[in-house]
Design a protein around this ligand. Structure first.
Ligand code: PRX
Length: 650
């Protein structure tokens, strides 16, 4: 309960434990504590060993880490090429014929791309970029659907030392223009269109609108995918296939400084203009290669890995492009939505390609729960051996459903906590070594130190507080493009020399970490600071509930009152009073929602995070602020209408 300090309450008690299955452990890369022990003794030495073992360096570094708070440099003096590490070295080692990408288009068309083919495409496209005047240090914008050319474009930039800035294909022309202008990008790579829910969505017209206000763009490369009509501006716009037909295959990978800018990726945040998060070369590649290998217990010779993210998010950068390719993995990339042509599309892909490792987001998992157990039951998914989750706290019941229904009750589930800013996974189980608890991201990975602090910044070892990172790590952001003050202010001003992630977290009696959501979302009810995550998890633990979002709305009596928005599982129903009592029973009367609205959908960002800020506006009857990052704006309109009509509960 609320302590002396103004901390976040610790309400939810979860006692289920799952040690690594014996069968899994037998072949696991890590089954004991040796990585943890080594990293604890000397974290910089540990990272240096990872960098040396996992990557090919053209020049050795002279300094492992240079730390001038809040700026880190890793493997200083070292040189390497990211695309060489992701492609050439596998081909040189005789693995050119290994499949890098099983690509499946939404309409069902497929492409199988080997490492040798991906390398050839990348070399040619690197030459295309050069021919368009792109040089080391320039910025290139990428606005593409989920087609293999997205990976080719990113790797080609890396090959020549240009930084890419990928903008999610679902974003508006305004969002694209803002990002192009902030980065002063020289070239834009886009497509005519892509497939979504059985139809072609046009991208080039949106790009054209943006291009009316982006003076730095000199050339536009257009991939043909949708087949829709597009307007090509003479001299500026070029078809990808035309340029590639002319391009030379000769493009040696040039060694880059370890701290060469690899990419910018913009995060929206809840307020202000998007931040261009900067990631560099050597540290980032070390971090994503290491985490992809050990968190997913990757056996590249036998595993088929599939991450369902879009390449427009950091998960797509780190765990579709750079981590898996650096490790020489075989992976699936799917273009479209999970419910086309039916709600079982993902499971049919798992069966078709024999996917062994599956990585997705809690929002997707809760949607699958809503669609019902009969969908995965249509397919043989016995190839799966490991499941992963990222993007939001995963409610214990969603975790159990994932493990039982997708993972046959035997696959370990790795809940991975990290951020665009951290570059790679920070807190996660190692599946052959860690005893799991449903809903807990468990422990910082070897090499990472995370601590929970109270309001005053003092470390706490039990209960709720604020998540901080205490040591620099190789994949950490190197700043915000063009805004060093904002970098310091956002991440380094609240708790002294600690990186503040903006998330609440708690430590249980066994030292397990539980993420409690963004601290901006924490509710204050009669002086108790209650995490949205814990109340949502209590709601989701009711068998009728698939998904829930709660917010604190101003309340004359209690300061804030808990308002819940609940989506039921297919075919279920429940009485509002029963559900309120269920929460009281699970985590205490203080956390009982004052009002519950039932809704078929929750408002989410395009990356699937619940937009609690909007729900707060709805609950408090305010005009809605910016809704442009919303995946489906009609959802909030509907909720707003109902909030206005709802009788007062008290
Ligand atoms: O609040 C945390 C949540 O997502 C935030 C980072 O979002 P983004 O930069 O978009 O990156 C998402 C993919 C890494 C975090 O501050 N988050 C991410 N993973 C988890 C999570 N919250 C709880 N548990 C997680 N596993």
């Amino acid at each position: 309960m609320a302590g002396e300090q103004n901390n976040i309450d610790d309400l939810l008690l979860e006692n289920r434990k799952f040690p690594p299955p014996v069968d899994f452990q037998k072949n696991a890369l890590v089954a004991g504590t040796f990585l943890y022990d080594e990293a604890r003794a000397d974290d910089e030495g540990f990272w240096a060993r990872q960098a040396a073992e996992l990557l090919h360096w053209d020049t050795d570094w002279h300094t492992i880490c240079e730390w001038n708070l809040p700026y880190a440099k890793w493997f200083v003096g070292g040189q390497l090429n990211v695309s060489f590490n992701c492609l050439d070295r596998h081909v040189l080692a005789g693995r050119g014929d290994k499949v890098a990408i099983h690509w499946e288009g939404e309409p069902g068309d497929t492409r199988t791309i080997t490492y040798a083919q991906l390398l050839d495409e990348t070399k040619k496209f690197a030459n295309v970029l050069k021919s368009l005047g792109v040089a080391k240090g320039d910025r290139v914008n990428i606005y593409l659907p989920m087609v293999p050319e997205a990976a080719v474009a990113m790797l080609a930039c890396a090959r020549i030392g240009a930084a890419h800035s990928v903008v999610f294909g679902g974003f508006s022309s305004q969002a694209l223009a803002d990002r192009i202008n902030d980065a002063s990008a020289k070239v834009l790579i886009t497509a005519d269109g892509g497939y979504r829910r059985g139809e072609v969505f046009a991208l080039k017209p949106a790009a054209d609108e943006a291009l009316a206000n982006t003076p730095t763009i000199e050339h536009v490369v257009v991939v043909k995918r949708g087949g829709n009509d597009v307007n090509m501006v003479d001299g500026r716009d070029h078809w990808y296939h035309d340029l590639m037909a002319e391009a030379s295959l000769d493009c040696p990978a040039e060694p880059m400084d370890s701290e060469q800018l690899l990419f910018l990726l913009y995060t929206s945040g809840t307020t202000g203009k998007p931040k261009g998060i900067m990631h560099t070369t050597g540290g980032y590649l070390t971090h994503v290669t290491y985490t992809h290998k050990y968190v997913f217990d990757l056996h590249p010779e036998s595993d088929v890995y599939w991450c369902t993210a879009d390449v427009g998010w950091i998960t797509g950068h780190s765990y579709i492009v750079y981590g898996p390719l650096s490790n020489g993995a075989t992976q699936v990339i799917y273009e479209g939505v999970p419910n086309f042509p039916g709600n079982d599309r993902l499971w049919s892909i798992v069966e078709k390609y024999g996917v062994t490792i599956f990585y997705t987001a809690p929002t997707a998992i809760r949607t699958f729960m809503k669609w019902g157990d009969q969908e995965p039951a249509k397919h043989d998914m016995s190839s799966l051996r490991l499941l992963g989750s990222v993007g939001e706290p995963i409610n214990p019941e969603a975790w159990m459903w994932y493990r039982d229904t997708i993972g046959r009750g035997t696959c370990p589930v790795v809940d991975t906590w990290w951020q665009t800013e951290t570059g790679g996974i920070m807190i996660s189980p190692l599946p052959g070594a860690t005893t799991l608890k449903p809903g807990s991201a468990t422990f910082p990975l070897p090499g990472i130190t995370a601590e929970v602090v109270d309001e005053s910044g003092a470390r706490i070892d039990h209960g709720g507080g604020y998540l901080t990172l205490t040591r620099p790590w190789p994949g950490m952001l190197r700043g915000i493009w063009g805004d060093p003050e904002r970098y310091k202010e956002t991440y380094w001003s609240r708790y002294g020399d600690r990186y503040f992630a903006g998330d609440g977290a708690k430590l249980d009696a066994d030292g397990y970490l539980w993420l409690l959501g963004r601290v901006d979302d924490v509710m204050n009810v009669s002086g108790h600071r209650i995490s949205t995550t814990e109340v949502e998890s209590a709601l989701v633990s009711h068998p009728a509930v698939a998904e829930a979002a709660v917010v604190g709305a101003n309340d004359a009596t209690t300061g804030q009152a808990i308002i819940a928005y609940v989506t039921l599982r297919g075919g279920s129903s429940v009485d509002e009073g029963d559900l309120r009592n269920h929460v009281a029973k699970e985590i205490g009367a203080i956390a009982k929602p004052k009002t519950i609205y039932f809704t078929p959908e929750l408002p989410k960002t395009r990356s699937g995070k619940i937009m609690r800020r909007l729900l707060r506006d709805v609950a408090e009857g305010r005009n809605l602020g910016d809704t442009t990052t919303l995946a489906d704006a009609s959802v909030v309109n509907e909720l707003q209408k109902r909030a206005a009509e709802a009788p007062s509960e008290d």
